[in-house]
Design a protein around this ligand. Structure first.
Ligand SMILES: NC(=O)N[C@H]1NC(=O)NC1=O
Ligand SMILES: [Zn+2]
Ligand SMILES: [Zn+2]
Length: 474
């Protein structure tokens, strides 16, 4: 329906001097027909060479593949006061994100069965401005129930996600390595990934110390001590062992592990590098908040910055950037993990008890760009981390690059426009005041977003109707 788009045409051209294609950034035009890219032509053509009413000329603005965010908590059904499909996908569209994959936890119920996946799909109906896929959950309750896992995957879950530490949500319990091995066997036969939150709780002197001394709960260094890098390290070692064991049995050929939100650029990263160079099927993401912020800048009591694993020191932040630039970290994701403001305990500022999670969905493109400028990142690198690699992870063929035949999903943005995220900034996700990005000055403004040829966002407005589609694995 025409209400799906702010443009009246279904066949038209987009022109720009900076189109990000796999062959590089080119001046040219993209022809869109029936929601797909019909052709990409390079060359410095003027708008006047096209029938005027059918060309949208973005001049020097960047036309990039729409971002594919593989790690988002939209919290619907069950916790729409935290976020929800409507506000969450409006924010995604306003941020140039054209595809997002919803996590199985923080909604109620969690997505851990065929039935709960169907609830999700139903809840999303008519409320999504961008395309939305779903990860299922691997939890102790379903890990040994092969037929339950199979029906969850057959119903379209793109893969499974599990936690090696408490998730913060009681109805999404953690898995041990036996559960993980069981999950890997089933996933391997579907050729779908297991996503893992890699922190393993190690009771140590420092945790005892913190338990005995809770006077300093407002200090960020207390939180850092409570969740040391050794937790990430231990989890990755255990995961590696589980993967090796399934491989030895020959039962999980084709199993793939994706490590979510790596924060430690030290030993944990080295373990991943080693595993990769030994041929393990492993990928890893980090998030803009680990690249944009460092522990040193977190003020006492400012729990907006609390997330797990924690944002670590400035040296670590720079090492994460290097790992990304060198290709050791494969991709980026938001880990948009909102809550109601009260759970952030803004009055107490208690880092140990506050909700762990950072809201960022609308800001990931400018956040990555602004922070990456000092490292000389290119538009093609952005497209690799935010579009191409995530599309591979979710097993989709028709997204992630500006190539004929693919979905016409684009983020149109101006890298030079600066803005401050403050009360006057229009933020579409709920509770923007608890985002760590509040007050931050960023460059890179999203001007327009297309999803399958529909102009779903332009200049602050959304299309009248929410016409995003659900993405189900086949
Ligand atoms: N439950 C949940 O969303 N937890 C997320 N929040 C966070 O900061 N890290 C997570 O894994
Ligand atoms: Zn996590
Ligand atoms: Zn998460």
């Amino acid at each position: 329906s025409s209400d799906c788009s702010l443009l009246p045409h279904s066949e038209f051209w987009i022109r720009s001097n900076r189109i990000v294609t796999p062959q590089g950034v080119i001046p040219g035009a993209v022809k869109i027909k029936g929601g797909r890219i019909a052709s990409v032509i390079s060359g410095d053509r003027k708008s006047s060479e096209f029938p005027r009413k059918h060309v949208v000329d973005y001049g020097d603005a960047v036309v990039m593949p729409g971002l594919v965010d593989v790690h988002v908590h939209l919290d619907e059904p069950g916790r729409t006061e935290w976020e929800g499909f409507l506000s969450g996908t409006k924010a995604a569209a306003a941020g140039g994100v054209t595809t997002l994959i919803d996590m199985p936890l923080n909604s109620y119920p969690s997505t851990v069965s065929e039935e709960t996946l169907r609830d999700k799909i139903k809840a999303a109906e008519g409320k999504i401005y961008v395309d939305v896929g779903f990860w299922g959950g691997l939890v102790p309750e379903n890990a040994f129930n092969e037929s339950a896992l199979k029906s969850l995957l057959s119903a379209g879950a793109l893969g499974l996600k599990s936690f090696m530490c408490p998730s913060g949500i009681n109805d999404f319990p953690m898995t041990n390595s036996t559960h993980i091995k069981e999950g890997l066997y089933t996933l391997a036969s579907y050729k779908r990934p297991l996503l893992v939150h890699t922190e393993l709780v190690i009771e140590s002197e420092s945790t005892d110390e913190i338990k005995n001394d809770i006077s300093d709960v407002r200090s960020y260094s207390t939180y850092l001590k409570a969740r040391p890098t050794s937790w990430e390290e231990a989890a990755i070692r255990e995961l590696q062992a589980a993967l090796d064991e399934t491989k030895r049995g020959g039962l999980a050929e084709g199993a793939h592990i994706h490590i979510v939100h790596l924060s430690d650029a030290g030993t944990s990263l080295n373990l991943i590098k080693d595993a990769k160079s030994n041929g393990a099927s492993v990928s890893v993401e980090t998030c803009p908040h680990y690249l944009a912020f460092s522990a040193e800048e977190v003020k006492d009591g400012d729990t907006r910055f609390k997330c797990a694993p924690p944002i670590r020191d400035e040296v670590n932040r720079q090492k994460l950037w290097n790992a990304l630039l060198e290709g050791h970290i494969d991709m980026l994701s938001s880990d948009h993990s909102p809550s109601i403001p009260e759970l952030k305990l803004p009055e107490e500022g208690d880092f140990l008890r506050a909700w762990g999670g950072i809201s960022s969905l609308q800001f990931v493109l400018p956040a990555t760009w602004s922070s990456g400028l000092k490292y000389g990142i290119t538009l093609n690198q952005l497209a690799t981390w935010w579009c191409e690699k995530p599309t591979k992870l979710i097993g989709q063929q028709n997204k992630g690059t500006i190539v004929s035949g693919n979905h016409a999903d684009f983020a149109v943005w101006d890298p030079n426009i600066e803005f401050t995220i403050d009360d006057s900034h229009v933020t579409f996700h709920k509770h923007p005041n608890i985002s760590a990005y509040m007050g931050k000055r960023l460059s890179g403004k999203v001007l327009a977003t297309f999803v399958r040829g529909n102009l779903v966002y332009s200049g602050g407005q959304h299309s009248p109707k929410a016409c995003g589609e659900t993405i189900l694995a086949k």
